[in-house]
Design a protein around this ligand. Sequence first.
Ligand SMILES: Nc1nc2c(ncn2[C@@H]2O[C@H](COP(=O)(O)OP(=O)(O)O)[C@@H](O)[C@H]2O)c(=O)[nH]1
Ligand SMILES: [Mg+2]
Length: 329
Amino acid sequence: MIFEDLPTTPTSEELIDKAFSRAARAGKAKRGLEAQQSMLQTAANIISDNLENVVTAWPDFEYDAHPFYYELADAIVDVDKLRQSLSEVMWASRKAREIHEEYQPRLRKTDVDTARKHRKQAFARLADIVEQIDDHLLYINESRNDLRDLPEINPDEPTIVVAGYPNVGKSSFVNDVTSARGETASYPFTTKGIGLGHFEHEHLRYQLVDTPGLLDRPPAERNEIESQAVSAIEHLADCMLVMIDPSGECGYPLESQLELRDSIVAQFDSVPVLTVANKIDRREVWDEDLLDELDADYTMSVETGEDVETVLEAAIEAVDYEPELPFEE
Ligand SMILES: Nc1nc2c(ncn2[C@@H]2O[C@H](COP(=O)(O)OP(=O)(O)O)[C@@H](O)[C@H]2O)c(=O)[nH]1
Ligand SMILES: [Mg+2]
């Protein structure tokens, strides 16, 4: 995941301390004018290089981030504000070099006292520049901490997303058809873990994703971050399975479950959505007219295994994934 390896961003205080203490050490190794020159060069370089590294450590959101991650990142941090902060830091990095270039000539062909006075002045200006971007450095580090924990999901793998109210059997389904049990990922904005599983079909790896807290309740109950995370999922899902429990044993009336299904169909208009009624083994508690009303594409029972394969194959067909061949033009 592209935001995983971002280094911590120093605070302005840390950076100033580091630059000036290294400069003091460099100064002690030399005498006279050379000591002053070496101090300035060391301090300016450390500030300039460290600030530049803060900026270059970040991927380009538009070119390097998959739209799924871009949108998810934007739900969690303010990407425009982050970009602005990064550009201010770049400005400060360049400014530090300029100060170095401006003061360097003043530390030559002069007496040591005058040189020391100029060097101190340069240091004050360097410190001032770094202090000016204090808030930006803090925001960058905060963003880094928030984005580091984005879920480990591969957006390039063909993906089936499972939606539906709690207790309808989503986790049971994901665990049943995938090899890795209990694989989870987490979003930084909720404590609920994403259920994640993989299976292979005709040598292709598919990803099954269950998104508790997002696609398990009506849109009106989602906060702003959750709503945006749901739209990020539009870039991820190649097929949507909306699971319904017509027995009502999940604790949610069928009517609410169908409303959720309809809202998902409406929102994911570019993604094939299949309605799957689970717990068919409990058909004795299903209402007689229910099946008509449901308009389900499939019925199944994860408990007994009835028609689970059929549903999976339908999902694979709906994904309609064609791998890119390396030699294709
Ligand atoms: N009778 C019956 N129970 C099921 C079936 N699938 C899942 N369950 C049960 O329904 C409950 C909720 O399942 P779970 O997978 O945790 O639902 P989730 O909240 O949607 O992930 C569990 O007790 C499951 O054992 C099924 O096909 N038939
Ligand atoms: Mg679950």
